[in-house]
Design a protein around this ligand. Structure first.
Ligand SMILES: *Cc1c(COP(=O)(O)O)cnc(C)c1O
Length: 402
C-alpha cells in the first residue's frame, strides 16, 4: 500500500506555510520508483526521471539519491540536473526544435543526446562524426495518449524522425560515420493501454539491424496514474513481464544485450503532490453553487488546459454534508477547476486540497493577472520543509527595466 499524507498533516502545513501551497511527499516518490524497478526487474531497465514534470532542485536531488537518472527537454533542465548532482552520463537530453547551439552545449556538458530531426542529425554528424554517440528519436506513427495536446507519436506530430525515413537516416549515419547508441520513442502521456508500448517496442526492435552499435532502446514514458477515485492506471507489472518476454522472443539475438530505458515523469511525482488552497468566497447563482478559492489556472492549469480531473477534498470540514459545487479560481476569465463536484460542505475559509498535483502543477504555473506563485513544501521523514518561498510583490517586477 502506497503512502499518502493525512488531512491533519495537510492542514498543519497550510497553517504553517500559508496557502496556496504545493506539498510533495518524498517517500511516495520513492515508492513509485520502487514499483517501476520491481515491474521491470526482468529487463536491463533504467529510469530517467522526466524532470519537466517537477524541477524543484530539492526534488531533483532527492530523486538522484534514489539512484534514478534524468531526462531533460531543455539545456536549462540539463544544468539544473547537473547542479542537483546527476552525473552527465545519467542525463539524457531530449529536446525538440532547438537551435543546434543547444545541442553543442549539451555535448560539451557530456550528457546523452537524443536527436529528433534529420537536419540536426546531419549537422551533428558533420561536426563530430563518430566521436560522440547519439540516440535517435523515431516517430513510430502510433496514436496514443489521454489528450491530443499530449499525444506525440502520431503521424501529424512534430516529434521524432518518421520510421519511414529510415533510408535517409541510414544515409546520414553512413556518410558522417555517426555512432548511434540508442533509438527512442515517446508516444504521449496518460497511456493506459500497454499494447501501445508493446507495439512501439516492436517498431523499435525492427530498427536494430540498421544500427550495429546500438546499446539501448528508449521507450519514453506516458504511464497513466489514477486521477479519479477508482480510476485505472497503466499495469506496469504486466508491461514489465511482456517487455521482458518480447526481448527474449525477438528472433535477432543481438537484442538480449540491449538495455531498455524509460522516462517517467508523471508516474514518479504526480501522486506525491498535493495542492492546498483556501476558499475565499461561496457564491450561489441562479445556476450553480460556486466555491471560489485563492488560486486559479495560473497555479494549476491542467483542468483548463487538458480537461484534467483533479480530486478535491475539503480538509477542514471532512464530515460536512455533501453538496454539489463548481470549484473556481480567481482569474479574470472562465477559470474552473471542477464542475458539479460533490464535496463536503465548503465554508468560506475552508482549505480544499487538490490531489495528484505533483506533476505539471507548479511547473506550469505563471504570474498571470499579476498574482504570486505559490510556495512549495517537501515532506520527508515526517518533517515538512519549505523548498521554495512564495512569490512576493517584488518578484513581479524582477527583470523589468523601469
Ligand atoms: C513529457 C515527456 C516524458 C514524460 O511524460 P509523462 O507522461 O510525464 O511520464 C518523457 N519523455 C519525453 C520525451 C517527454 O516529452
Amino acid at each position: 500500500m502506497q503512502q499518502t499524507l493525512t488531512h491533519q498533516q495537510l492542514v498543519d502545513i497550510a497553517n504553517e506555510f500559508g496557502t496556496p501551497v504545493y506539498v510533495y511527499h518524498a517517500e511516495r516518490i520513492a515508492g513509485q520508483y520502487q514499483q517501476l524497478k520491481n515491474a521491470f526487474k526482468d529487463s536491463n531497465a533504467r529510469f530517467f526521471y522526466a524532470c519537466k514534470s517537477l524541477t524543484n532542485i530539492n526534488v531533483l536531488r532527492y530523486i538522484n539519491s534514489l539512484g534514478a537518472s534524468l531526462d531533460c527537454v531543455s539545456i536549462y533542465e540539463v544544468k539544473l540536473g547537473l547542479m542537483a548532482g546527476f552525473e552527465p552520463k545519467n542525463i539524457l537530453f531530449t529536446p525538440n526544435c532547438v537551435d543546434f547551439d543547444e545541442i553543442v552545449q549539451a555535448k560539451e556538458l557530456g550528457v546523452n543526446i537524443n536527436i529528433d530531426n534529420i537536419s540536426i542529425l546531419e549537422q551533428f554528424g558533420s561536426k563530430y562524426g563518430n566521436s560522440y554517440p547519439v540516440c535517435i528519436r523515431l516517430n513510430p506513427h502510433i496514436m496514443a495518449g489521454g489528450n491530443f495536446k499530449i499525444s506525440t507519436g502520431h503521424v501529424d506530430s512534430k516529434f521524432g524522425i518518421s520510421i519511414h525515413q529510415m533510408r535517409h537516416i541510414e544515409r546520414v549515419v553512413k556518410t558522417t560515420n555517426l555512432n548511434v547508441e540508442g533509438v527512442h520513442m515517446h508516444t504521449g502521456s496518460e497511456i493506459k493501454d500497454i499494447n501501445v508500448f508493446l507495439l512501439g517496442l516492436d517498431v523499435m526492435l525492427n530498427t536494430i539491424e540498421h544500427f550495429p552499435n546500438l546499446k539501448y532502446i528508449d521507450l519514453g514514458s506516458g504511464f497513466k496514474v489514477p486521477y479519479q477515485p477508482g480510476d485505472s492506471e497503466t499495469d506496469v507489472d504486466l508491461l514489465g513481464q511482456k517487455i521482458a518476454q518480447a526481448f527474449l522472443q525477438f528472433e535477432n539475438k543481438k537484442v538480449k544485450d540491449l538495455a531498455v530505458w524509460f522516462e517517467p515523469g508523471k508516474y514518479l511525482v504526480s501522486q506525491a503532490g498535493y495542492f492546498i488552497t483556501k476558499t475565499n468566497v461561496i457564491k450561489q447563482t441562479p445556476a450553480a453553487l460556486f466555491a471560489g478559492v485563492n488560486s486559479g489556472f495560473n497555479h494549476l492549469i491542467r483542468p483548463m488546459m487538458y480537461d484534467a480531473y483533479h480530486h478535491i477534498e475539503n480538509i477542514t470540514n471532512p464530515t460536512g454534508a455533501e453538496r454539489i459545487y463548481n470549484v473556481v479560481g480567481n482569474i479574470c476569465e472562465t477559470d474552473t477547476f471542477a464542475y458539479d463536484r460533490k464535496i463536503n460542505e465548503i465554508r468560506e475559509g475552508d482549505y480544499l486540497v487538490f490531489y495528484n498535483a505533483g506533476a505539471y502543477g507548479f511547473e506550469m504555473s505563471s504570474n498571470f493577472n499579476s498574482r504570486l506563485k505559490p510556495a512549495e513544501v517537501l515532506v520527508k521523514d515526517g518533517k515538512a520543509q519549505l523548498i521554495r518561498r512564495r512569490d512576493e510583490f517584488e518578484d513581479l517586477l524582477r527583470n523589468q527595466v523601469i
